[in-house]
Design a protein around this ligand. Structure first.
Ligand code: 0O2
Length: 206
């Protein structure tokens, strides 16, 4: 398998999506409006992780393209839970890709405590051999959800999926605290946004 050639379209998708989503963020700033997007990250899944996931899902090499849907992954991180739904609506109206599946781990959190909204999209990439449809996963989550997921992911990696019970219990409590933080921040959202608008205006007039 020539992995570099196989992954090239995925690299392209991640870069294009990052540019487009960053463009959306900038447009809100030009209009001095609260941006529902705080920051964007993206990555192409490393080959060992692709192989490990293929093994877990019993996918053959030919099935990898269809069955591992997060080889190209983009993460949109928002300040507030409401912002997630604004981003979802914006994604649904776009015409440059097709949404093929949505996974709502916010209304229905995972057993691990994981909360996030996933959109699986089909994105057309122009290659020298013509158009190629590439599947990508867009994860949309708040800063608090991201903080929790990043730490849980590190612990899962460290303990190879077998996190000790005491740490698991702490993670559960941390997940509940992150949920509460999102709830409390939602209640003072208007105040926070107004403060940020004033700050941005003053900054741009200097
Ligand atoms: P990595 O290292 O982030 O790439 P499915 O095909 O629906 O059965 P799949 O493909 O795992 O299962 O889909 P899902 O649930 O949408 O998960 C895809 C990605 O979401 C994961 O990729 C993680 O990035 C994230 N995720 C899902 N569940 C959890 C969780 O419990 N904790 C954390 N921290 N992240 C989660 P990978 O390949 O697992 O990992």
């Amino acid at each position: 398998m020539n992995w570099e050639a196989f992954l090239a379209p995925y690299v392209q998708v991640v870069e294009e999506l990052k540019v487009k989503l960053k463009g959306m963020r900038a447009q809100f700033e030009f209009e001095s409006r609260h941006s529902p997007i705080e920051f964007i990250t993206g990555r192409v899944k490393p080959v060992p992780s692709i192989l490990e996931k293929a093994h877990r899902k019993h996918s053959t090499m030919e099935e990898i393209e269809d069955e591992i849907q997060d080889i190209a992954g983009v993460r949109v991180v928002c300040q507030f839970v409401d912002d997630i739904y604004t981003v979802i609506d914006m994604m649904r109206t776009r015409k440059d890709f097709t949404i093929i599946e949505e996974k709502d781990y916010i209304s229905c959190k995972k057993d691990s405590g994981y909360r996030s909204y996933h959109m699986i999209i089909e994105y057309p990439v122009e290659t020298i051999h013509g158009e190629k449809m590439v599947i990508a996963e867009v994860q949309i989550r708040t800063l608090a959800m991201n903080f929790w997921a990043t730490n849980e992911h590190s612990l899962n990696y460290k303990y190879e999926g077998q996190i000790p019970a005491d740490i698991k219990a702490r993670l559960k409590r941390a997940g509940e605290a992150a949920f509460k933080l999102d709830e409390e921040m939602a209640k003072i959202k208007d105040e926070v946004q107004e403060a940020q608008r004033i700050f941005h205006k003053n900054k741009s007039s200097h």
